[in-house]
Design a protein around this ligand. Structure first.
Ligand code: FNR
Length: 179
């Protein structure tokens, strides 16, 4: 069994990206378990807090989940043509202490209501995952644009052709991340 941990970088209840993550869970092929998570409960990085008390419990739990998984799927919104602060903050916390990122397979997808479907936000992750020494899967690309037409009001993916592209993406990444 190949284990993939998907992380949505949005805290919004009806988030397109969390909806895309849920759809990825549903599209996991046989032999793959894909578990999604959001970043609720991860505090803002504070070096004084780290020096005084070490990593917060929520960060340690996040790091354990990263350590255990065979591959990480980043489901990223795009904010101001870059990575959302909420998402970067969580990865920054997780990069402290013992290294859980080195050599870890990683892939990036994302959804936005605009016409470019997070292409710049996805690119913005690349120097981060290089710095962390991760192993990016770059053979597939999934930028979900015009998300308002592809998800319902609760953020559930309703567009079948996007679901098919997602399904192919997940299968390709899982094959890369698996043994
Ligand atoms: C955005 N949004 C946005 N979209 C985009 O395609 N490119 C961008 O640069 C930005 N910039 C941006 C900045 C900020 C601060 C916000 C709050 C939003 C719109 C964004 O894609 C939209 O709010 C999505 O719905 C966010 O993803 P979730 O929450 O639906 O997953």
């Amino acid at each position: 069994m190949t284990h993939i941990l998907a992380i949505s970088g949005s805290l919004r209840k009806a988030s397109f990206n969390t909806g895309l993550m849920r759809a990825a869970e549903q599209e996991a092929p046989d032999g793959v378990s894909l578990t999604g998570m959001t970043l609720h409960g991860i505090p803002l990085y504070d070096g004084d807090e780290e020096a005084a008390n070490g990593l917060p419990e929520a960060v340690n739990a996040f790091k354990d989940a990263i350590k255990r998984t065979d591959g990480l799927l980043l489901v990223t919104p795009e904010y101001n043509n870059g990575v959302p602060g909420v998402f970067k903050n969580a990865i920054d916390w997780a990069s402290r202490g013992p290294n859980v990122f080195g050599g870890k397979p990683v892939a990036i997808i994302g959804a936005s209501p605009g016409g470019f479907g997070t292409i710049l936000g996805q690119n913005h992750w690349l120097p981060v995952i290089r710095t962390l020494g991760m192993r990016p899967w770059l053979e597939g690309r999934l930028m979900v644009s015009r998300a308002g037409d592809q998800f319902d009001a609760e953020g559930n993916l309703t567009d079948e052709s996007t679901r098919e592209r997602l399904s192919e993406f997940v299968a390709g990444f899982a094959a890369f991340a698996g043994p």
